[in-house]
Write a protein that binds this ligand. Structure first.
Ligand code: HEM
Length: 444
């Protein structure tokens, strides 16, 4: 690292408006700016949209800390565990990345994703029914009672989590993006995460099912070179982590913006084809993953303006920076579903582009119209600027999304297919996360 360490700013973990303000400050400060993360981890932050894209496909920027990060000491920084110490496709390059992506990619082909639609519709229908039982004027946390239910149930179904293990896995995953935890808490959470995945693997070993975990386990047991034990656990951590909280934030951001812009809500109600615009504009303005630790330079990279990233340095890309870059978008912070150019890097770019992007988009496309159809008078209970941001520089969400639902309209069509149909089995009845029996992990 080249700069004077005393001058290094800390990447703000307060979330919300402060996160956006800091994006602007860092973008103005240079093509890359040295910052500190929690526990003193030093890294170059890259916010400018054009530089971010350049580095995301740069031949000397890698994601494998074991091979490329000069300062890497495995396990030394507990909060980095789910992002850096794990061994999965998000921390691999080259042949390892290709091998792991081939294994997981089977579940994410366009055909497989589309086959999940009936299951997603059924999950959404269940959640809406549960919401209908709440009073029309009662304050409801839509994040917990709707936004969170959709992707977490879908991803838990996809990976075959038994109902009794879901509360524990969702508890620990909920903390992965939260950055206001102490090193000791991070260490315990890392152990809990690891244990939750091991418990799932043991359950699948005893009783395999038609799910991704059983498929990965078979690959591991047939040939450890195709998928090692450590890769199996790490892959589960990646998939559950990536597939849950991110889409929760997307659904929540779209709801918040539409409720704050009644004209745009009216427009999308009148022309449902605009739901795609709503989703892309929410991703552009409120990237659910603001930053994702970490990348590493394997050669010196001269970015101009006197900034040289040295071989072995860590780099963090601000995925939320591109959509808010004034060089790319006019009035970038304002939510406008009819703006012509909504390009963003919310799902990344290049080799590590989000594998679950089509699934996340499909979930939002099913969930959002169904919610607004069922509750035509949905309203925020507090002013948008009063919503408490998630305390993180990784996840970009609010802690709670308080709304009043208003009277429910009849479902526009019968709830999606509830039995059979589609590859993904879905949970039935009331929210299993609330109703499931206590977590089996009693040794915590
Ligand atoms: C709105 C929702 C989502 C957002 C904003 C999001 C964002 C991202 C971003 C920014 C990356 C790139 C990370 C990097 O290059 O360092 C990524 C990678 C990834 N995402 Fe997503 N994601 C979402 C949903 C999902 C879902 C639903 C899944 C799967 C169930 C998923 C699985 C993955 C995987 C496996 C990778 C790693 C790909 C690789 O390294 O090759 N994501 N995601």
């Amino acid at each position: 690292m080249t700069s004077d360490p005393t001058e290094i700013v800390t990447l703000d973990s307060g979330g919300g408006g402060r996160l956006y303000d800091q994006l602007d400050e860092l973008r103005a400060a240079g093509p890359a700016v040295l910052v500190k993360l929690l526990d003193g981890v030093a890294t170059w932050s890259v916010i400018r949209g054009d530089i971010a894209k350049e580095l995301l496909v740069h031949p000397h920027i890698f994601k494998d800390p074991r091979k490329s990060w000069a300062g890497y000491r495995p396990g030394a920084v507990p909060w980095l565990y789910p992002f850096v110490d794990v061994i999965n496709l998000a921390t691999s390059n080259g042949d390892d990345h290709t091998r792991l992506k081939q294994l997981i990619g089977k579940a994410f082909t366009a055909r497989r994703i589309e086959a999940m639609r009936p299951g997603i519709e059924a999950v959404v229908a269940d959640l809406l029914e549960a919401l209908e039982r709440r009073g029309a004027t009662e304050r409801v946390d839509l994040r917990t009672e709707f936004a969170q239910g959709v992707p977490t149930r879908v991803v838990c179904d996809l990976f075959g989590f038994p109902a009794d293990q879901r509360p524990e896995v969702l508890r620990v995953m909920g903390y992965v993006f939260a950055r206001d935890v102490t090193p000791q808490e991070s260490e315990i959470l890392a152990q809990d995460l690891h244990r939750a995945m091991r418990t799932l693997i043991e359950a699948k070993r005893l009783m395999p099912g038609d799910d991704m975990t059983s498929l990965l386990l078979t690959a591991h047991e047939e040939d450890g070179d195709r998928l090692s034990e450590a890769e199996l656990v790490s892959t589960l951590i990646l998939m559950i982590g990536a597939g849950g909280e991110t889409t929760v934030a997307l659904i929540g951001a779209a709801v918040r913006e539409l409720l704050s812009h009644p004209g745009q809500l009216a427009k999308v109600r009148a022309e449902p084809a605009h739901w795609t615009d709503v989703i892309e504009e929410a991703l552009r303005v409120h990237a659910p993953v603001m930053y994702m630790p970490l990348r590493y330079a394997t050669a010196d990279i001269d970015l101009g303006d006197g900034v040289v990233i040295r071989a072995g340095d860590a780099v963090i890309i601000g995925f939320g920076g591109h959509g808010r870059d004034p060089e790319i978008h006019a009035d970038p912070a304002s939510f406008q579903i009819d703006r012509a150019d909504k390009q963003h890097l919310a799902f990344g770019y290049g080799t590590h582009y989000c594998l679950g992007a089509p699934l996340a988009r499909l979930e939002a496309q099913v969930a959002l119209p169904a919610l607004f159809d069922r509750f035509p008078q949905l309203a925020l209970s507090v002013a948008p600027d009063q919503l408490e941001p998630q305390h993180s520089f990784i996840g970009n969400d609010v802690v709670e999304l308080p709304v009043t639902l208003g009277p429910a309209a009849s479902p526009s069509e019968p709830a999606g297919p509830r039995a059979g149909g589609g590859r993904t089995p879905v949970s039935r009845g009331a929210d299993p996360l609330a109703a499931a029996p206590p977590a089996v992990l009693q040794d915590r």
